[in-house]
Design a protein around this ligand. Sequence first.
Ligand code: LLP
Length: 423
Amino acid sequence: MNAFEYRNGHLYCEDVSLSQLAEEHGTPLWVYSENKFLDEFRALRDAFAECDPVICYSVKANSTLQILKSLNAAGSSFDVVSGGELYRVDKAGADTTRVVFAGVGKTDDEIRSALEKNILMFNVESEAELDAISRIAGEMGVTGPVALRLNPDIDAKTHAKTTTGKKGNKFGMDIERHNELAAKVLADPHLELRGIHMHLGSPILTTDPYEAAARRAGEVIAELRSKGHEISWVNLGGGFGLSYRNDEAPAYSTYAKVIVPHIKAAGCRLALEPGRSIIGNACVLVSRVIYTKREGGKLFVIQDGAMNDLMRPAMYDAFHRVWPVSTDVPLPTDCEADSIPGCEKTDVVGPVCESSDYFAKDRQLPPLERDDLLATYSAGAYGTCMSSNYNSRPRAAEVLVNGSDVKVIRRRETYDDLIAHEM
Ligand code: LLP
């Protein structure tokens, strides 16, 4: 579904006008389309239906409680990377026996609480972690369910800061060690080997890395079974592409085509950990122009959204489409075009005192003036969850739209909130 559409030159989320939302709830404002992320979840599940997958939505992409509740009601499970995320999933009312837990630095307290909640499996990233899970499970008189997170040394061709499956990344254990690691688990009465896990990076816009990983997973499973391990799960992580620009991400069915045959041949259950592709295009960040100025031969539009809200451009030079909420100029297919009729080259920046605080650089945009509203697209993934109070800016509110229904799912922070934890 197209969650954000212009009607007579005004942008809508489902059946609600973004100008009206900005009027009622202020800016900056995160606006979600519930039907969009639910559609994405169902589309992914349907594409892999032949393997009866467990879709563990990756909480790190967006951990707002109401979003977790909504995905839980649609049948999603969850991938967590901290005790805090596990707490959120529990609070969302999810069945924690279908939760997977990754991360290179799980603490004893986090391991204990995951064992108490009877999670499906830990994606184990080191031998030292296997020892810790075994020790704690032993103390608790339970068995720790584990999947070995293997680093397959596959180049997923993502941004250097978001690649994880190459030798030399901090994640997982070298795939060549799978026999030795599995033998260690088998010999340990407090551990149970449930599966293997690989996550290659994010976002991955081609299918080759997944094909290679699924094939390697099949080979490893076959070898471990031949050595007597009863291993039943392959978890291929997340990383599915998102169209930040214009339909550049492959369809889920394209990924499924290269993954499913290997999983079926291995006779395994499949777990996936998608985050970005589910929630990314279900949200825009609405902001309001404060000033415009021309200096140094450039046109700057200064608006009230900033890097403390959406960190991705500053951190990864990430591209997000930015377009006025109300305009006669249609949203172009190519937002990076050198020239667009009725537009001028513009930098869209925020009020934070850093040159890296920008949403768009040298972008063709229609004329803008004070109080105009802007929509920054594809803001659902790694937006709110990476936002901060930098420059003592209160975090923005989040609203969830379903049809013509609007729910505030996180209220705007106040100045009192800013100092609430200080003594
Ligand atoms: N599973 C594991 C083990 C992961 O490390 C990640 C993401 C995912 C699943 C979910 O990947 P997704 O489906 O969302 O691509 N902050 C960065 C992205 C960091 C990704 C970290 N790991 C960004 O804004 O691009």
